[in-house]
Design a protein around this ligand. Sequence first.
Ligand SMILES: [Zn+2]
Ligand SMILES: [Zn+2]
Ligand SMILES: [Zn+2]
Length: 180
Amino acid sequence: MDNNLNNEDEKCPKCGSDLGELAVAPTGSKLRRCSKGSWDAQTRTATGCNFVKWYPLDPTPLDEKCPKCGSPLVLAVTRFGKKMKKCSKGGWDKVERKATGCDYIEWINGTTEPLSETCPECKSPLVLFTTTTGKRMKKCSTGGWDKVKKEATGCTFVQWLKPGEMVNTNTGEENLPPEN
Ligand SMILES: [Zn+2]
Ligand SMILES: [Zn+2]
Ligand SMILES: [Zn+2]
């Protein structure tokens, strides 16, 4: 296991410097950056060493039962903020690269996060919307959908993001380079 949070003496595998302090991304994921690296919010680029060590999130127990086997469900969040309910009996065999135990998973509906950008059309704040399938778009916070009339309400500004495209959320933590 390499997720011992108390191991302060850990070194960056890229450059050998000490790792920085434990930080928490908006998704709740814990991470430690290389102390020789930093994120420049102005130029939106990583400077120095870009190593980031991510820690897996602890799943939250839910008060629901798995429809397949009756075991308790847990709420798990991926590093990119995708949420899912999964069976507490389910696991992942890293060596065999296959699911073990019960394979019940239920993805939870899309999530929105505030962005530090404003809508080019109406100057309202933009939000980052992540669909259940992990596609992301920037949309205007005043925009909505009238389910009865089946038509868009408010401002209709939407900009889909390419996979892996980075956006500037309020804290900047989402801009961290991917784990490698
Ligand atoms: Zn480093
Ligand atoms: Zn199950
Ligand atoms: Zn707008």
